[in-house]
Each structure stands twice: as structure tokens, then as C-alpha cells.
Design a protein around this ligand. Sequence first.
Ligand SMILES: Nc1ncnc2c1ncn2[C@@H]1O[C@H](COP(=O)(O)OP(=O)(O)OP(=O)(O)O)[C@@H](O)[C@H]1O
Length: 385
Amino acid sequence: MPFAPRLIALLHPPLSHPKLTLRFALPPPPTPPLRTLAPLDNLPPLPEYGSAISIKNLSFSYPSRNSFDTGGQPLILNDLSIDLPKGSRCLLLGSNGSGKSTLLRILGGRHLTKTDDMVRVCGMNAFRDTKLNFYRAYLDCDWGMRTVAFAGGGVPLQADVPVHGMMTKLQEQYPERRDEIVDMLGIDLNWRMHELSDGQRRRVQLLLGLIRPFEILLLDEITTSLDVCVRQDLLQWLKKETEERGATIVYATHIFDGLDDWPTDMMYLSDKGTCEWQGKLNELEYYQELKRNNHPAKMLAVADHWLRAELNERRKKRKLEKAAGSLVHEADPTLRQGGYASGRAIDMSTVGKQPTRTGRISDVRGNAGKMDMVSRTAGDNMEVS
Ligand SMILES: Nc1ncnc2c1ncn2[C@@H]1O[C@H](COP(=O)(O)OP(=O)(O)OP(=O)(O)O)[C@@H](O)[C@H]1O
């Protein structure tokens, strides 16, 4: 063989090269043995408490998009007063946008309410008492997703780490509990995070969120991508946690299969942000009636009963508004063909008052002729309607 091809052959061995074959045939590395750390025995003591959640006259709105605008924002939660006893499994029900996640985030200490001490979790201030974080677990769908600026979407956690390498200290402190949850969720500790499916990533999130024995668990639609068997096993395991350890769970979901006999309590948030019903499930007359009639999907029927009434009311209201001509969409000067590019040189004082828009010629002309030009102002600016 001439020199050059021989050199290439040396540099690029064929796939059947014995060394390569050997490399691919290696078995996966064994899971390293778990160091056992003593569970945290110096945890700050939890005060005696009767109500796991106690909320008094809570109203909440998000800050305005326009930082100069103070107040006047729609109330997401409107005068809520809730009392949930220790050991409850509470189903949080409401239509899209009714404020379930907002409420869970407040309980999880992620939002500050206007008046302090309105919201107490396990007898402590939900926002300020940081020792609550040793006893409170909060799991939502955002885990492992990073919002990309301006792309408006999320990308999953990309790190190439094995499951047994994540939050190792916590895994070492509760080895038996970890193994129990690993078994219940069907997790392989050698899974690498960047290779996982949505459901597998969700299982790992649950594992890491549930390892530390919690007093209160806040779940925001966390079972969406789990398969039916894992979901059922998880619900049973959570039930056991409340019955054996007296933990409290609040679970917001739109998936009701397998939930008929799971909750002890129920909380219904209306689309006006008010709490329309809260209490023990066996005090809910409609549910009891469904039970007497052996209804095959009681929880779904309860949700449908409440949410359908809201939906019909909204449709009726919209129809009336349309007929009266009062259904006006706020002009959004930043919107051009679904994008944000033309949000420059906008006079904010005109926003929402009249359907006009002032921008640079390039912005306006770039709109593929969708807007009619009305008048041209001085220089490079023009106004359109
Ligand atoms: N960060 C935010 N800033 C401003 N408004 C927000 C923010 N997050 C939520 N909202 C608004 O608060 C309202 C309640 O949202 P939330 O996510 O709490 O509803 P939800 O009941 O969890 O809905 P879903 O069932 O769709 O998850 C919605 O109208 C939403 O637009």
C-alpha cells in the first residue's frame, strides 16, 4: 500500500477495529455505593400547628407590565379565606387561568403578598419563614426548563449528569426513602439527564422533590407526562404519606382519572379568583349523590359540573358584550405579525385609548400592508390606524 492511504487507514480505523468493538461492548458502569449520612437532626424545630394551611382574606394581583402604572391590575385571587387541616389530601380545582398556580406559588413562598401574615403554612409565614423550606416541598412543571429570552419557550435541562449524581447529599441522608421512591417511580439511577424523555425527567424531578420527608407538599399539575401505572403508584404512595406521617398535600390538576377516592378535601377556585367551595369531600352534596348512583367518574363529573357553568356564563357575557359593541381589543403597538420587532419608538400614552400607532416608517411599512396609513407626521415617523 502506498504511504498516504496507509497513513489514512491508521488514523481512521474501520468500525470493526477490535479496540472499538471492545469499547462499545463494555457494560454500563455500576451505580456507586451510597455513602450514608445521618439525616438532618439539627433541623429547626417545627412549631405545633393545627391548620396546615391558613389563609385570611387574601387578594392578589400581579404587577403591571407598565412599571409606571400603579394599581388597577385585575385581581387573580379575590378575598380568599381557606383553612386546611393537617393530614389532608386536597384537590385544587379551577378552570384555566383561575389562579391555582398563583395560589400554590404563594403557598410555596414564591410570591410576596401585600399584607404580611395573611398566609400561614404549617403555622409559619409562607414567604418570610425560611425554615419552612425544610418541611415544604413544591413541585411544578417548570423544573428542568430554562426560559429562553425572546424565544418564549423552554428547553429541558441539558446537563450530562446521572441521576445518582444529582443532589447527592440529600440522597445520602435518606437512602432508604430514596430507594423506596426509586422503586415506586421505576427510575434507573444510571439514567443521564440529557438523554431522558419528558416522563422520565418528570420521574427524576419527583424523586428529588420527595426524598426529604415533607410536612406539606404542593403539586402543580405534576403528573402530566407520567404513564398510567406510575401515576397510580405515585398517588397511592402519596396517600400513604398522609395517612402514616400526617403530611398534607395540595394537588392542582386537570386530570381526574384515578382520583375519585383519593382526595379528602377539595378547593374550587372560580374564574373570578374567589374560593367557591372548600371543605371535606364527604360534605359535598353533589359528590355524595354521584357516589350513591355509582357514577364511574365522580371527580370528573364534579369538575365538569362547576366549570361548565362558568364557561356558559362567560360565553353569555361575551355574546352580550359583542351585541352591545363593547368588546374592544386593546391596541398593542408592539405587535406586528405576531412579533416584537416593531416595539420601538412607541408613544405609550396612546396605547389602549385609540387604535392608532406611531412608529418608524420601516416598522409601519413592514406590516405587509395590513394597516391603513392615515397621516404622516414629521420626519421619519408616521401614524396609522
Ligand atoms: N407572572 C405573571 N404575570 C402576570 N400575570 C400572570 C403571571 N402568571 C400568571 N398570570 C395570570 O394570572 C392568572 C392566573 O394564572 P395561573 O397560572 O395561576 O392559573 P391556573 O389556574 O394555574 O391556570 P391553568 O389551569 O391553565 O394552569 C392568569 O390570568 C394569568 O394570565
